[in-house]
Design a protein around this ligand. Structure first.
Ligand code: NAD
Length: 297
């Protein structure tokens, strides 16, 4: 391997420790802890794991965690009533509704019910609009984590060619906007893009957010490029394995012989997401308390 490994796990641990220290100082100043409410509807096993680890990380960062578990047959009205109750609760600074929602529940309507000042996931249309027009607001955690890793590696991103593969509302589009705000020249590629390998070969920065195991090949990567792999894909178990391996959207073994720097999967972008969620929650708490958030949070 010739590429430098971008250690998202270590970066995220630092960020969490920093947030934890500031959160302790916040409680002293504000006379209460910052609080994150997580709402889980139904019994999806993967969502259950995410919610549990978010709860633990919140408490470890000196913040209050409120978990709300609702049955899968919860109605739209009941779910929105809970969101409104959390909007009104002064102990709650951030609200996260774990997606996907089961059954016929309308995700967009539920997200729209969240107070934009508590939208720490950054999925509300107001947050998306603020990002688009360059106003302060909450930015989705995964792309914000990716741009932190990129700034740490490159410092100034001005004029670099960035290719984002994927155009989802939660990763691809906000990622592209953050890169644009950092003065990169940005191309967004997606399922209908022609000559994807050719486009990726021009990139100084590649962000892959597709959800297809090892789709981006080594010979698509410009030598020395920085590769951020957002994808999380589980392979079929090999013989003797009970669970398949987790891999990203990039052929890590091949690409790490060509790239200048690359995130591993797991241990790259994944750990950044929760760390940024805690950071966003603390930023919300400072705003709710009418206090200035510390520099560099
Ligand atoms: P999504 O399914 O909403 O979007 C995938 C995007 O990929 C689409 O915009 C689509 O146009 C594009 N695409 C599909 N096939 C393509 C192809 N052949 N060539 C080029 N583009 C193609 O997914 P998402 O929510 O953006 O997530 C993407 C991946 O990132 C998934 O693997 C997901 O598990 C992972 N993810 C990781 C984290 C994390 O914390 N690390 C967070 C969110 C998502």
């Amino acid at each position: 391997m010739t590429a430098q490994l971008i250690d998202g796990k270590a970066f995220a641990a630092d960020l969490r420790a920093r947030v934890g220290e500031h959160a302790a100082a916040f409680s002293e100043q504000a006379g209460r802890k910052a609080g994150l409410a997580v709402v889980l509807v139904g019994e999806d096993a993967a969502s259950e794991v995410y919610v549990r680890s978010k709860g633990k990380a919140t408490v470890a960062a000196n913040m209050e965690s409120f978990e709300h578990r609702l049955p899968a047959d919860t109605s739209q009205e009941e779910l929105i009533a809970l969101v409104e109750q959390l909007n009104a609760d002064p102990a709650v600074d951030g609200i996260l509704v774990q997606l996907p929602l089961p059954g016929d529940l309308d995700e967009q309507a539920v997200i729209a019910a969240i107070d934009p000042g508590k939208d720490v996931d950054g999925f509300h249309v107001e947050s998306a609009g603020r990002l688009m027009v360059g106003r302060e607001g909450f930015v989705p955690c995964t792309p914000l984590g990716c741009i932190m890793l990129l700034r740490d590696r490159h410092g100034d991103l001005s004029g670099l060619n960035a290719v984002v593969i994927g155009r989802s509302h939660i990763v691809g589009k906000p990622m592209a906007q953050l890169l644009l705000d950092a003065n990169a020249t940005v191309t967004i590629a997606h399922s209908r893009t022609k000559d994807l390998p050719e486009i990726v070969r021009r990139a100084d920065i590649v962000v892959a957010a597709v959800g297809r195991a090892e789709m981006v090949k080594a010979d698509w990567i410009k030598p020395g490029a920085t590769v951020i792999d957002v994808g999380i894909n589980r392979l079929m178990p090999a013989e003797g394995e009970s669970k398949g391996r987790l891999v990203g959207d990039v052929d890590f073994a091949g690409a790490s012989e060509v790239a200048g720097a690359i995130t591993p999967v797991p241990g790259g972008v994944g750990p950044m997401t929760i760390a940024v969620l805690l950071r966003n929650t603390l930023v919300a708490a400072y705003a709710h308390a009418g206090l200035e958030a510390p520099e560099g949070l």
